[in-house]
Ligand binder design. Structure first.
Ligand SMILES: [Mn+2]
Length: 440
């Protein structure tokens, strides 16, 4: 159970006499009058637990009475009958703990009063241009009134500076939710591995996997599931998931679950037939070694770049071993000779957002890993349709192995360890599938 009030107090302590403005995420139209499923803004939800659209939270630690203000949609019997329940003004106070609540349509009239006498406004200039303009409008209007003795805020601070640093370090209750998101997705991946058969469509495997995740209590996938067989496995963000899975091809699945707005993010690659070919095995072992090398860097005091550096070194050593690259490992790394086959980074932060908040460099230096940070470790190798002749033997092989990793006091904890990734474990799980199918 997340203690949102405790989070707000911790945050307000850190913004001092500043005021934070946190708007709800906009809704997006899918087609005509149909909306995409609503996903609350992570910053707003992190501090309030409020998940409705058309809302704004204001945190004003300097205010004597109203430190937490919510602007929300008022109750409306007809609208609620059609579109779902609303907390309304009373719910904002009683269920979400707001000191004051106003209808959202009073935002322009009421919000500026909470900015008087305040030095800094904390706000995320990210993506909502319309709301950016409103914030600027309030500040400009206040600055026009300074001759009347009003003090207008003169510092704009992005929520990246304080709030995103808090979100980067996961508390034990957040880790518990992320662990659940990881376990549910792991169960989905195991199900995919143990039901895939040659001749199936990619979406049939996607359906098995997503069924297990939703049935297991996830809100749904944390991002669009990638289920790609054969050459589709060499397309990093393949999303059609519609082709036939052929005997002899690899299947790459990159899919995670969302649990109370916390994400998991897992990739596994396995043979459609249940048995790796010799060429697939050679490449798979390189990627697995690279992941092990990268995991070895996941400990407090190591820098974010060390994880990628270890993966790249092992990938290059492997490509030399496979005869795909020729030369000295250090030179090949310096020349980025691996980029045609390994073109993405090894890690990103993971949390409420799949590519979670938190800057990667501090003062120009890659930041040090600390206990409570969660990152993915996901090296890969891809030999696409236009692979050069040196790698012709591996053409059509796309492999990525991705786990979610919590940095602990003495090392790391792999949250997604319940999905097999060693070759014999994968083949063992898939053999049970054939045995079950063969039973009378
Ligand atoms: Mn990822």
């Amino acid at each position: 159970m997340i203690d949102f009030a405790a989070r707000r107090w911790a945050y307000m302590e850190r913004i001092g006499d500043g005021v934070a403005i946190l708007p709800a995420a906009p809704t997006f139209i899918k087609t005509a009058d149909q909306e995409h499923q609503y996903r609350p803004d992570s910053d707003l939800y992190y501090l309030t637990g409020f998940a409705e659209p058309e809302a704004v939270a204001v945190l004003a630690p300097h205010h004597p009475d109203h430190k937490f203000i919510l602007f929300v949609r008022p109750r409306d019997k007809t609208m609620e009958t059609w579109n779902g329940r609303r907390a309304g003004l009373e719910g904002a106070r009683q269920r979400y703990g707001a000191d004051a609540a106003y209808p959202i349509d009073q935002l322009d009239a009421v919000l500026p009063q909470y900015l008087e006498g305040v030095s800094a406004v904390h706000y995320h200039f990210g993506h909502d241009k319309v709301f950016n303009d409103r914030v600027h409008g309030w500040l400009a209007a206040m600055q026009r009134k300074v001759r009347n003795g009003i003090t207008a805020p003169h510092i704009m601070v992005d929520t990246q500076v304080i709030l995103h640093e808090m979100r980067l370090r996961k508390s034990p209750d957040e880790v518990a939710l992320m662990r659940r998101a990881a376990e549910i997705a792991a169960a989905g991946h195991r199900k995919a591995m143990s039901t895939t058969e040659p001749g199936q469509r990619e979406y049939e495997v996607q359906a098995e996997l997503e069924y297990v995740m939703r049935k297991g209590g996830a809100m749904g996938p944390s991002y669009g599931s990638i289920v790609g067989g054969g050459f589709n496995a060499t397309i990093l963000h393949y999303h059609e998931n519609s082709d036939i899975l052929n005997d002899g091809d690899l299947l790459l699945i990159d899919a995670g679950a969302e649990v109370e707005y916390y994400a998991s993010d897992i990739t596994r690659t396995f043979p459609v037939s249940g048995t790796f070919t010799a060429a697939q095995r050679e490449v798979y072992e390189v990627v697995l070694w690279a992941q092990e090398a990268a995991l070895g860097q996941c400990q407090p005091g190591k820098r974010f770049c060390d994880v990628h550096g270890a993966a790249v070194r092992t990938i290059v050593e492997g490509l030399v071993h496979l005869g795909v690259l020729k030369g000295h490992v250090d030179d090949l790394i310096a020349q980025e000779a691996y980029k045609p086959y390994y073109m993405h980074k090894t890690s990103h932060w993971l949390g409420m957002d799949v590519h979670d908040v938190g800057v990667y460099k501090v003062g120009g230096e890659w930041r040090e890993l600390e206990p409570g940070m969660v990152l993915t470790v996901e090296p890969g190798l891809y030999f696409g349709e236009d692979t050069d002749s040196a790698a012709a033997r591996y053409r059509g092989i796309g492999i990525r192995i991705e786990d979610d990793v919590l940095i602990t006091h003495d090392g790391y904890d792999v949250l997604t360890k319940d999905v097999p990734k060693a070759i014999d474990e994968i083949e063992g799980l898939m053999r049970k599938r054939s045995a079950a199918a063969a039973m009378p």
